[in-house]
Design a protein around this ligand. Structure first.
Ligand SMILES: NC(=O)c1ccc[n+]([C@@H]2O[C@H](COP(=O)([O-])OP(=O)(O)OC[C@H]3O[C@@H](n4cnc5c(N)ncnc54)[C@H](OP(=O)(O)O)[C@@H]3O)[C@@H](O)[C@H]2O)c1
Length: 284
């Protein structure tokens, strides 16, 4: 990747550096010669969004930061935690800060505003659903199991977004020369809104076995999330959030990935072909 002019010296904090976007951002920064501080509950640097005592040590001495909140900016507790960490960064004069966010979530957008009030030079990267939900994390088994079960009507379309594109945009916002991305919300989507029923077909075609789309209730979706290991409150909160998100209001696409990177966003089909070739959905 050659999308940045590197002007940043010093350690870059990444919260959730083993997660879907954090891992990819960390890899890009490390291979470009930057020092990364990986902060999470099991990271090199102990950091827990639910424990404010862990925040000062994580932010001390960093030159920039990429913040990925867990579990979701639209869930209770997010605003206090994000503003707490943003305040600690602002007090230390850290100006290059990128916050990961989600589209069409009023509470997440409140967090974004509070973050930009505290760090006016920061950038929000507001994203559509990640393609990598189908290969990583609690919902990844769906494709292998052959049933994509979501609380949305089959014809609702989502412009699925590749975490590789998100990472390229985040690294650009962190390292780019000048102030172009400062104080901005970059709203990222994939190139096309894909109906959920077609999403299952695309994933199944790539995986080499049938993947059926099933619309489920919020309660059934929460039960699946809980069975996958999420705490009960988090599973219920995510289920309610998914019902809101999968009502069609997020189906518009943006050109921001292409505008920032000078190349098109990757399609769901490209992601699926690559994931299948890497053995992501091979059945035993
Ligand atoms: N997934 C999507 O489609 C999507 C779309 C738009 C926006 N987002 C945003 O992306 C963020 C999460 O992304 P994700 O769901 O894909 O997860 P993810 O990035 O895969 O997150 C996992 C990471 O979070 C860390 N983590 C978990 N709980 C933590 C805690 N209490 N304190 C500190 N670190 C913690 C984990 O490390 P440890 O286990 O070591 O703590 C791991 O590194 C949310 O803010 C969400 O709003 C997601």
């Amino acid at each position: 990747m050659d999308t940045t002019v590197q002007t940043l010296a010093g350690t870059i904090l990444i919260t959730g550096a083993h997660g879907k976007t954090g891992r990819r951002v960390a890899a890009r920064l490390t291979s470009a010669g930057h020092l990364v501080r990986s902060a999470s509950r099991s990271g090199d640097h102990p950091f827990d969004w639910t424990n404010p005592h862990t925040w000062p040590a994580a932010v001390d001495g960093v030159a920039a930061a990429y913040l990925t909140y867990q579990p979701d900016l639209a869930l209770p507790g997010a605003r206090d935690a994000v503003t707490g960490v943003a305040t600690a960064l602002a007090e230390r004069g850290v100006q290059r800060v990128v916050l990961l966010s989600g589209r069409g979530e009023p509470l997440a957008q409140e967090c974004e505003r509070a973050f930009l009030d505290l760090v006016p030079t920061g950038t929000v990267v507001r994203c559509a659903f990640f393609d990598q939900n189908f290969t990583e994390g609690p919902f990844a088994p769906a494709v292998i199991d052959g049933v994509l079960a979501l609380p949305g009507a089959p014809d609702v379309a989502e412009p699925f977004l590749d975490a590789e594109d998100i990472a390229d945009v985040v690294v650009t916002a962190l390292l780019a020369e000048g102030t172009e991305h400062e104080g901005r919300v970059l709203e990222l989507t994939g190139p096309r809104a894909v109906p959920l029923v077609e999403t299952a077909r695309i994933l199944g075609d790539a995986a080499g076995h049938r993947v059926q789309y099933q619309q489920v209730s919020a309660a059934d979706f929460a039960a699946v999330a809980e069975a996958a290991g999420l705490p009960t409150d988090e599973a219920r909160g995510l289920a309610e959030l998914f019902v809101d998100l999968l009502d069609g209001h997020n189906s518009a696409t943006t050109t921001t990935v292409a505008d920032v990177l000078g190349r098109p966003a990757r399609s769901l089909e490209e992601f699926a072909a690559e994931a299948a070739a890497g053995g992501a959905w091979a059945r035993a």
